[in-house]
Ligand binder design. Structure first.
Ligand code: Q0Z
Length: 292
């Protein structure tokens, strides 16, 4: 959208180039469900996700790519665009991206549960037998993945990851990822929220290993209301369950095109994102918007 060179498009995010050292990282209001981008945007969803990332960059105080939310000195962004981008855009340090998704899991769910149930796979190689769906793991595990051609992440073994990264970088990323997960999940637990799993990306900037991309957002993490967690049962997702349930009520087969969301479902989904911001960060989203 801004008159800056477009660098990359994600399903729901965009990256623009500011200069050789800096990028503009934008969270849009697009939403995906069952891996399909829905036709209607969810107003402020991008601001909720950016607010959550900013909250954790601040709280974690770990080397990261965040520079500023101030767009006033960025040439190529006009006043209208500045208003549209406010609260959803970050100026970040350009890094050399490490091509591994650093996934940490504290609970057995999603693709890892599927692997476990099917007799084991890369994410379950260090797990004991006898676990149930959504069980809390004996300790959090580092289960890296690569971005596959399909756009779907592919889980890889510890040996494969060590081959790609080398032992030193593997161990550094594992230590950093587990440490961040441990601190964020303690923070969430104090608020009645379970951080079931999350995915980090890292890069090198000026010889420093920095956390990049979005961090600990509902799109990159699985957050559960603690009072709805029951081992052995599926756990409803905080933010997306409502819209998934509505989509399923239409009989949609999860193949594009998706059905149009009625206005009340858009509004209900927005309300759940705003509520997720408050539950996860302990702050009011209205205050976030006022201070953006
Ligand atoms: C992240 C991605 C997105 C599409 C590039 N600080 C950085 N330095 C260099 N590169 C990146 C970052 Cl964050 C970078 N991605 C992933 C994000 C849309 C792809 F919003 N690609």
């Amino acid at each position: 959208m801004p008159a800056l060179p477009h660098l990359a498009s994600g399903k729901v995010r965009e990256i623009y180039e500011i200069d050789a050292d800096r990028l503009l990282f934008v969270a849009t209001d697009r939403i995906s469900a069952y891996d399909v981008i829905l036709t209607q945007p969810i107003p402020d969803k991008g601001r909720v996700l950016t607010g959550v990332s900013l909250h954790f960059f601040d709280l974690l105080d770990t080397p990261n790519h965040f520079l500023s939310t101030d767009l006033s000195a960025i040439e190529g962004v006009d006043d209208r665009e500045r208003e549209e981008l406010a609260g959803r855009a970050m100026v970040v340090r350009r890094a050399e991206v490490i091509p591994i998704e650093c996934v940490v899991r504290g609970y057995l769910y999603g693709s890892s549960w599927k692997e476990y149930q099917a007799g084991g796979g890369p994410t379950t190689e260090h797990l004991p037998p006898g676990l149930k769906m959504a069980d809390k793991l004996p300790e959090p595990i580092f289960t890296p993945a690569t971005k596959a051609q399909s756009g779907h992440d592919e889980n890889i073994t510890e040996d494969q990851t060590r081959q790609i990264l080398g032992d030193d970088l593997y161990e550094e990323l594992r230590r950093r990822s587990l440490d961040i997960y441990s601190r964020a999940s303690d923070y969430a637990a104090e608020r009645g929220v379970i951080l079931a799993d999350t995915k980090f990306e890292f890069g090198h900037a000026d010889g420093e290993l920095v956390l990049i991309d979005e961090v600990l957002t509902p799109d990159s993490s699985r957050y559960w209301p603690a009072d709805e967690w029951q081992p052995g049962h599926p756990v409803p997702s905080f933010d997306k369950q409502y819209v998934r349930d509505w989509l399923d009520s239409t009989g949609w087969d999860h193949e594009p095109p998706p059905p149009d969301l009625p206005d009340d479902v858009v509004a209900g989904t927005r309300a759940r994102y705003v509520d997720a911001y408050a539950k996860i960060t302990g702050r009011s989203f209205t205050d976030y918007l006022a201070g953006r």
